[in-house]
Write a protein that binds this ligand. Structure first.
Ligand code: BGC
Length: 811
């Protein structure tokens, strides 16, 4: 069952009923000002950091779901309604929400009045524009009243939802003309405030939530709206809100637009005040003036569309499969941008108050983003690397506002350092900009410890080289990619953090998964060293890698698949001898991607075991059999009911690893089958089972051991976005940026005749035609560049600005 449909020409998902299984959201903004907006106009805004600079208030886990946002009420006679249905839930005559690239358009119609709400964050500005266009579709004049409503957050979202003894006394606002200014704490240590304005004289306002809603009411039935009149309240403490009242009369067929702007302003210290106690509004007024007319808003929207069209033209495919094209050309890359911006901080499942930016998460997100805006990827790499410790280990998370490592969670996740190599290699392959390796970068955010970035990579690899366990495999530390496999934790206290309890480093517990990473990213590190003239060092790294490969094929091999780990007692995890958790997905994908066992047969055997033991109709589960009881020696993984999350859920992030691995052994049919199982466009028809947005990936789909098999959770902020894009763009369609050049090595389903693809790489445009006359799954037999045959399948860089025609024949 579907609740809408894709519009490929507009690059939108069109939701046709407000009663979706869950809130279906979109992200506005991709630089500093961000808004989350659901299909019913719920959500919130923040500046850079969802925890420290929250602009509007949201209540997670609220009932009804998602009942705070930027709401526009229309009082037309006795009927009160919202264009997005929430929060009044007044039945609409028609409803539609179009989620597009960086904007959403929600249109409701009631009693012959159409209200179209366009929401977006303009490129280069720190505000959200909500343009409400009202059209009288009746044949008589109509008079009605519009009320805007949003609730301000008192900046620090954690404090805002916990420290009420203070908060109820601090709220302050100013109102001037049609603008409401939220200035809580501006009198003391803040030099920022928010504004909420509309481009027309208003007929009233409210800034006190109590005055607007009335006692014992909710935003479903505000007293002010019911009475049709604002009270012009000025908030002193309690809960400041922004409410405008605009009375409108429209002739038959007439339209009127109201442009609301929610903005964030910073003032320099010496320009904070216009008069004692009166904030300096100059910048706010300038912002309001930038969006005072429809022409200005149209221009800003056009700029936003151009921005996205340019970005997404970097990689676009045309094949015979419209779902593939839709995901590759639009939605997958769009989600990559969002995960790059947000890491795992703010979604409808991540409250924005917990995790900041994850070290491993952000490095992986970058793999799917680097081709879009390499300059931002560069900056991100340098930020992340600066949170590394001098010994090569790393803070697991950092705050985006301060860019400082997060002390609460600390370090000890032993896969983290190697992901930095993955990110830097991807950046170098994309750009060829080796200067990044010479950039001095702090260790532990301490400038006096700065070293060139190359030295950071050296220490990343070195950390794992010097932290091996009894079998010669890398020590796992607190956890590797699987945050829930906590082998040194042994927690018995309810509520204790699995991530930080116990020693950060145990001397015994080892990870085969990190060993796979060590081989894959060790080889990439060696390539980087070779390309920078460090050939002896490269050879030494390769020798280390070869030794690890051998160790994986002995201590890490179980007979039919790769083992997962050894616990703190040296017992196998993920082996035939285990009662539960006999086989895990992660090492199969990572080790084969690293090339381990490809020549000797173990790779194919391991992938066959995945198919036999872990595959389901909705994707590949993380492990089998699921853990049915809590294992003290395994930690959080066994805390989940069977079939959920890391305990045998379909953890979407590592499905593409297996798909990539299948291409490594030449199985295009199987790689594509895996790709499709979790890919949103292919499962849109089961939206009532899947429940999350059908245009983006979710972190997890309940596995076959779960009561709700097929139900997804935690949409948007997942490494799945980046890894699936890597899978489909580099491994399946086969366009791989490498240090040696742009490699073309497709591995596709045999029935595919081929495809055409546009790739902008290092400033030049490659128009690539791939033909598959013999209906193979892999192999390139001939390649021409501008009509001339070339040997091999690697394209060398050409001058920026040129366009190159490439023809590839599989065979
Ligand atoms: C975390 C990742 C982790 C994954 C698997 C996600 O929630 O953000 O860092 O790799 O879970 O445990």
């Amino acid at each position: 069952m579907k609740f809408g449909h894709f519009s490929d020409s507009a690059r939108e998902y069109v939701i046709t009923t407000p009663r979706t299984p869950l809130p279906w959201i979109n992200y506005l903004g991709s630089e500093a000002f961000f808004s989350l907006v659901s299909h019913t106009a719920g959500g919130y805004s923040f500046y850079r950091d969802a925890k420290l600079r929250r602009i509007t208030r949201y209540r997670y886990n609220n009932v009804p779901a998602d009942s705070n946002g930027r709401y526009y009420y229309i009082k037309d006679g006795d009927t009160v309604w919202n264009p997005g249905w929430q929060p009044t839930q007044t039945e609409l005559d028609s409803y539609e929400c179009r989620h597009g690239l960086g904007y959403s358009i929600i249109t409701g119609k009631k009693n012959s009045l159409t209200a179209k709400l366009e929401l977006f964050v303009p490129v280069g500005d720190n505000c959200e524009i909500d343009r409400l266009v009202l059209t009288n579709e009746s044949d008589a004049p109509k008079s009605f009243t519009v009320f805007s409503y949003l609730e301000f957050c008192l900046w620090n979202a954690v404090d805002d939802s916990t420290n009420f003894q203070r908060n109820f006394s601090t709220g302050e606002v100013e109102v001037e003309g049609s603008t409401i200014y939220h200035k809580t704490e501006y009198r003391e240590r803040r030099n920022h405030y928010a504004l909420f304005t509309v481009n027309t004289p208003i007929d009233g306002f409210d800034t006190s939530r109590d005055a607007f809603l009335g006692a014992w009411r909710s935003n479903a039935n505000p007293e002010v709206v019911e009475n049709g009149r604002c009270t012009n309240s000025v908030a002193h403490g309690w809960a400041p809100v922004g409410v405008h009242q605009v009375n409108v009369t429209l002739q038959p067929g007439e339209s009127r637009s109201l442009i609301f702007v929610l903005g964030y302003i910073e003032n320099p210290e010496d320009e904070k005040w216009a008069a004692p106690g009166v904030i300096n509004k100059t910048r706010a007024q300038a912002m309001a003036a930038r969006y005072a007319t429809d022409a200005q808003v149209d221009a800003a929207l056009a700029k936003l569309h151009d921005h996205w069209n340019t970005l997404l033209s970097t990689y676009s495919v045309k094949s015979s499969d419209e779902k593939l094209d839709r995901m590759v050309n639009t939605w997958n890359q769009y989600q990559c941008m969002v995960t790059f911006n947000m890491s795992r901080s703010a979604s409808y499942y991540e409250s924005g108050t917990g995790r900041g930016m994850g070290f491993r998460d952000s490095c992986q997100d970058l793999l799917g983003f680097v081709h879009l805006i390499p300059a931002r990827a560069r900056e991100r790499i340098l930020d992340i690397a600066a949170t590394q410790f001098p010994d090569g280990s790393a803070y697991h998370q950092y705050q985006p506002l301060t860019k400082k490592g997060n002390m609460d969670i600390g370090s000890g996740f032993n896969d983290d350092p190697l992901w930095l190599i993955a990110a830097v290699y991807a950046y170098l392959g994309e750009t060829g900009d080796y200067s990044i390796l010479d950039e001095p970068v702090d260790f532990d955010n301490d400038h006096s410890l700065a070293q060139p970035l190359l030295e950071h990579l050296r220490r990343s690899f070195g950390y794992l080289r010097t932290h091996k366990g009894p079998h010669g495999l890398p020590l796992i530390g607190r956890a590797d990619w699987n945050d829930c496999l906590n082998l040194n934790c042994f927690s018995k206290e309810p509520g204790e953090s699995f991530q930080t309890t116990g020693p950060s480093e145990g001397p015994v517990a080892e990870s085969v998964f990190i060993a796979g990473m060590y081989v894959k990213y060790g080889n990439q590190f060696a390539e980087i060293l070779d390309s920078t003239g460090h050939t002896d060092e490269a050879a030494a790294v390769r020798a280390e890698v070869a030794e690890m490969e051998h160790t994986v094929l002995t201590a890490g091999w179980d007979g039919s698949w790769f083992r997962r780990a050894y616990d703190a007692f040296g017992h196998v995890i993920g082996g035939e001898e285990c009662e539960e958790g006999k086989i895990f997905i992660e090492p199969q994908g990572m080790c084969v991607m690293a090339g381990i066992g490809v020549d000797t047969g173990e790779a194919v055997t391991a992938l066959q075991s995945v198919k036999d033991k872990l595959d389901t109709k909705y994707g590949i589960v993380l492990l089998q059999p699921a853990y049915t009881k809590y294992h003290l020696e395994l930690g959080e993984i066994s805390s989940y009911p069977p079939g959920y999350k890391e305990n045998a859920g379909i953890f979407c992030h590592n499905n593409p690893w297996v798909s990539c691995a299948e291409t490594v052994v030449g199985h295009g049919d199987r790689a594509f089958e895996i790709y499709k199982k979790t890919c949103p466009a292919y499962i849109e028809d089961i939206s009532e089972i899947h429940r999350t947005e059908p245009y983006v990936y979710s972190q997890m789909v309940a596995g076959r051991d779960a009561a709700t098999f097929g139900e997804a959770k935690n949409s948007w902020l997942t490494g799945t976005a980046a890894w699936t894009f890597v899978d489909v763009s580099q491994y399946i369609l086969g366009i791989q940026p490498t240090l040696a050049g742009l490699k073309i090595d497709p591995c596709i389903p045999h029935e595919m005749d081929g495809f055409t693809l546009r790739r902008v790489w290092r400033g030049a445009t490659y128009e690539i035609v791939v033909e598959n006359p013999d209906h193979l799954e892999k192999g390139v037999k001939a390649m021409t560049v501008d009509g001339k045959p070339v040997s091999g399948n690697i394209l060398s860089p050409v001058p920026a600005g040129s366009t190159v025609q490439v023809k590839v024949v599989m065979g």
